[in-house]
Design a protein around this ligand. Sequence first.
Ligand SMILES: [Zn+2]
Ligand SMILES: [Zn+2]
Ligand SMILES: [Zn+2]
Length: 121
Amino acid sequence: MRHDRIFAVVLVALVGVMTAAVAFGSDPYTGTTPGAKYVCTSCKVGADSPGKCPLCAKEMIKAGTYMCPACDTTSDKPGKCGCGRDYVKTELAGKKCGGCGYYIAKDAKSCPVCDARAKKM
Ligand SMILES: [Zn+2]
Ligand SMILES: [Zn+2]
Ligand SMILES: [Zn+2]
C-alpha cells in the first residue's frame, strides 16, 4: 500500500519536470532558447545572451552545442565531424563574475574579461 503511494508521488513529480522541460524548449519565433547560456570555446568565457566574445570578438555559441575542436564546425547532436574527429560538447564555465557579468572558469583566480578591460583603460 505505502509503496504504491510513493510511486504515484514520484510519477507526478516526473510529469511535472517533463512539462517544465517542454515549456522551456526552443522558442520557434526568435530561435533563441530561454535560459540558454553562450560560450566562447577559445577563451572559456560565457554569457547569458548571444553575442561576441569580450576577449577575442568571436561569435559565442550556445552551451551544450557540439563542436569539432579542429574545424570549429558545430552540431546539435553528438557525432563525428567531416574531418573524422569526434564533436566535443561545449560547456559553460563555472561561475559568474560580479564585475562584468560574464561566466568564467570556476578555478580562475582573476576574471580575464575584467583584466582585459583594465588593460585597455
Ligand atoms: Zn573568445
Ligand atoms: Zn573537424
Ligand atoms: Zn569580470
